[in-house]
Each structure stands twice: as C-alpha cells, then as structure tokens.
Design a protein around this ligand. Sequence first.
Ligand code: NAD
Length: 329
Amino acid sequence: MKRVAVLGAGGFIGSHLARRLKDEGCFVRGADLKRPRYAASPADEFMVCALRDPQAARAVLDGGFDEVYQLAADMGGAGYVFTGAHDAAIMHNSAQVNLNVLEALRERPAGRVFYASSACIYPEHNQLDPDNPRCSEDSAYPAAPDSEYGWEKLFSERLYLAYARNHGTTVRIARYHNIFGPEGSWDDGREKAPAALCRKVARAADGGSIEIWGDGSQTRSFLYIDECVEGTLRLTRSAFEGPVNIGSEEMVSIAGFARMIAAIAGKRIDLRSVPGPTGVRGRNSDNRLPRERLGWAPSMPLRDGLARTYAWIEAQVQAGRADGGSAWT
Ligand code: NAD
C-alpha cells in the first residue's frame, strides 16, 4: 500500500487531496493545526500539530512515505494577504514550516515531495494589463511579487529546489492559480473571492445589490478543486522538475464573475464597487508547460465548478451556519 503524508490536511485543498488519495487506496497520514472544518478527515491518521515546531515536523514524517504533499501555509484571500496586516506572520510561519519539513525529509527521505506554491510569485509588472497578463513559468524572474505571501512562496520554491540539488530530495512544485470549490473558507476572514462572492449573492435578495472590491475590471482565472487535485497528482508523479502552473485559462473580470454567480443563483443583483485589497490588475494561468510536460491541462468550464460551489455555500447560508466555528474532532 502506498504511504502518503498530506501536510495541511485540515485545510481546503489538503482535505480534498486526502480524500482522493484514500479513494486511490493509499495509507494517508494527515497533519495540520486543525482538523477539517466541514467534514471528517478521511485520513488513516491525523496529527494535530504545529509544523513550525521542528520536532512536530519530524514526528509527522517518521515512518517513511512514498509521497509527501506539503500544503500547510499561513494563507488566506485578498482580505488576509493583501492588507499588509499579516505580513510578518505569513512570512515567518510559512517559511518556518517549509524549513522544518525539508530538514525532517533530509533525515527521512521520501519518494516524492510536492510543494504548493502560488501564482502570487509572478511579477506585478507583468500583470498590469487586465486583458494581457503574463504568467508563463519562465516569467517569474526578475522577481517582483506584489505581496509578502508571494515572496515567501518564491523563497520556499528555491528552498525545495536547493534541497533537490544538494540533498537529492525529489521535489515537484505547483504554482496554483485561485483554487475554489466546496468545503473551503467562506466567511472566516480567510475566504477568497469565489467563496466571498457566492456568500454575498446567497445572502442578497433578488433585485438587491452586493459589494465588490475595486472597479470589477480586474481579471482572474479560477480552477475547480477536483481539477487542482488531478493536476497535483499528475505533476507529483511526472518526471518534470521545475515549477508548473496548475490553473485555468478561462479568464474573467471580477464583475463578470459576480454576474455569473448571480445568474447561477437566478437573482438580479447590482454590483457596487467599493475600495478594497484587489491585488494585481490581471492574472491568468498559462498552461503551455503542463500541456507539454504533463500531457494534461484542466478543462472544466468555470460555470460548472461555480454552480457546485454556489450550491454548497448557499446551503451553509440557508442553514444559518457560521464559518470559523469549532473543528471536527
Ligand atoms: P488553507 O488555509 O485552507 O489550508 C492551509 C492549511 O495549513 C490550514 O488548514 C492551516 O491550518 C494549515 N497550517 C498553517 N500553518 C500551519 C502549521 N504551522 N502547522 C500545521 N498546519 C498549518 O489553504 P488552501 O487553500 O487549502 O491552500 C493550500 C496550499 O496551497 C497553501 O500552501 C496555499 O498557499 C497554496 N495555494 C492555494 C491557493 C488557493 O487558491 N487556494 C492558491 C495558490 C496557492
């Protein structure tokens, strides 16, 4: 039986990934500060611990693993990472986790190590035009991410690659572009744009209005969670060693995205622009490399994933549930 460890298994992507690996028949050890909030973890073992502690990282990785997926990070949407209020914590906590995990793995080599980086590493100057952002993997340098979150990701990418060079660690690195889907933060201050906009539409009356941050012409692409998990597994098990975009190429404006959600909800909703942390003006995945090197790229239309996500968030709102409540035990 393949043994895998999922670090960050209490989070959005980690909990979906753990479920998929269990479905494949793997033995799964999960680790996180907390258990998943919206469903019980499918992991065979779940260690609640802080990977900022080197001893905890060693304990989690004891026993030997064929695959290690490192998704633990101090992380959130624009309201968390772009305000500047959490910069020190984001850089310190996430870097510390990655330093500890790699040292633990040096002493306990794993078959393959996956690291979740982000499109936030791409230079701001290539993302000023909302209609023509440039996010090919080779455009990362000269580096100029627009957030400390992005700088930490870039540092950690280099750290994983350095361990590959100097210690023979087999690493695979994805640059995720805006992953969304059910069972992610939707109202706890760390939610990202898709969940936040679904929540606002779900709470709005037909004929009402919702706030959007900025003028709404900023562009993004969004990848549904199942496709993210598929890309993560394909990349980890591939022969390709450099960072790879895992994202959708279906770029939309934030206003267009909000209108798509309103249409799914069957509501007439006006959009009210308010000042807020918006990040770069434009961003889209560039999937030439995954197509060439993995023989794969995501294909699910945005609307399909959004319909599933809206249904889940609407159910939370209808049930009067609060996000950020107690974790499953
Ligand atoms: P998430 O916040 O839901 O999951 C991250 C998990 O890491 C959380 O459950 C958190 O408790 C855990 N964690 C944080 N610090 C820890 C520590 N010291 N010890 C143990 N666990 C700790 O975020 P997510 O959306 O699932 O993202 C997973 C990974 O993918 C992160 O590394 C994130 O930066 C990256 N990523 C996500 C997106 C996205 O759109 N969701 C985009 C780009 C990159």
